[in-house]
Design a protein around this ligand. Structure first.
Ligand SMILES: Nc1ncnc2c1ncn2[C@@H]1O[C@H](COP(=O)(O)OP(=O)(O)OP(=O)(O)O)[C@@H](O)[C@H]1O
Length: 275
């Protein structure tokens, strides 16, 4: 497989295609903690990237910065070649970015289908009431489109039979699948997944792994945070590894997980604890 390159200086060659995502020297200070400290990485279009690292290494912080849920202390982030630092999360979503969260964030009062519809287009439920009042025909036509996209996303995750259920009546693993469906309903070009298989059984994990590979073949660029290193090695084109807010590994997953720095940071602690 072709491997992505890390541009430590933050610049791609002039003739290179615009990457889906570029993080340039990103730093985030959270209450005195350097959650990210000078991280630079590149995500090329249509590839599946893993983002690994021990607990507290900065993975969720990086996804939050990319999706504009928190500000960088310094550095910049480009999505599709465009600096997103002054964009709102909603505007970044409009640029084709969707994400799932580390913990389930579904609307408990809404059905599975309605939750997926929220992902398909916030303009129907979260948009201007004035516009909906002035243009009911527009709202109705948008709602039909949004419903179709949400139904297609549910079908991909084999959730169609559960479309009328409320999230809290479902197992945790199934709730996580609904979250992935909600992100897919947005038909993203860049998908960020924060531990999508946490709480899932083996069969569900395998199903998600196969889904992510299918999405990759369809050209969806993905960044996957996952503690299951075997899954990373099996499905990712490229693996980045963080430790204490620093990028300590980058390359072919099977090779990166054997690098001494990575073994020490990511596996060594667990092995020592188990010894
Ligand atoms: N709101 C916050 N205030 C202060 N420090 C925070 C906050 N959120 C995260 N941190 C710290 O920032 C660092 C990076 O946290 P982050 O959640 O990004 O790590 P992570 O790699 O996603 O961890 P995990 O695998 O456990 O989810 C950690 O030291 C964490 O304690």
């Amino acid at each position: 497989m072709t491997q992505a390159t890390t541009h430590a200086s933050g610049g791609a060659a002039p003739s290179a295609p615009v990457p889906s995502l570029e993080v340039r020297d990103a730093a985030v200070n959270l209450g005195g903690v350097k959650a990210l400290d000078g991280v630079s990485l590149t995500v090329e279009s249509g590839r599946l990237y893993g983002l690994a690292g021990p607990n507290g290494s900065g993975k969720s912080t990086l996804l939050a910065a990319i999706s504009r849920l928190l500000d960088l202390t310094s550095g910049s982030i480009l999505v599709g070649g465009e600096d997103v630092m002054r964009r709102t999360p909603f505007q970044v979503a409009r640029m084709g970015l969707a994400r799932t969260f580390q913990t389930v964030r579904l609307m408990p009062q809404f059905s599975v289908l309605e939750n997926a519809m929220l992902g398909a287009d916030q303009s129907v439920y979260g948009g201007s009431f004035l516009r909906q009042w002035l243009m009911p025909w527009w709202t109705r036509s948008r709602e039909a489109e949004v419903r179709a996209r949400a139904e297609a996303a549910l079908e991909r995750l084999h959730l169609t039979d559960l479309r009328d259920e409320r999230p809290l009546s479902l197992s945790y693993g199934v709730q996580r699948k609904v979250e992935i469906a909600r992100a897919l309903a947005a038909e993203p070009r860049l998908l960020l997944l924060d531990e999508p298989t946490a709480g899932m059984n083996r069969a569900e994990r395998d199903e998600i792994g196969e889904l992510l590979l299918r999405l990759r073949h369809e050209g969806v660029t993905q960044v996957l945070v996952e503690h299951d290193l075997k899954m990373m090695v099996d499905i990712c084109d490229h693996l980045y590894v963080l430790d204490s807010g620093h990028l300590i590994g980058s390359g072919r997953p099977a090779e990166v997980i054997r690098e001494p720095k990575v073994v020490e940071a990511y596996l060594g602690r667990g092995r020592r604890a188990a010894a």
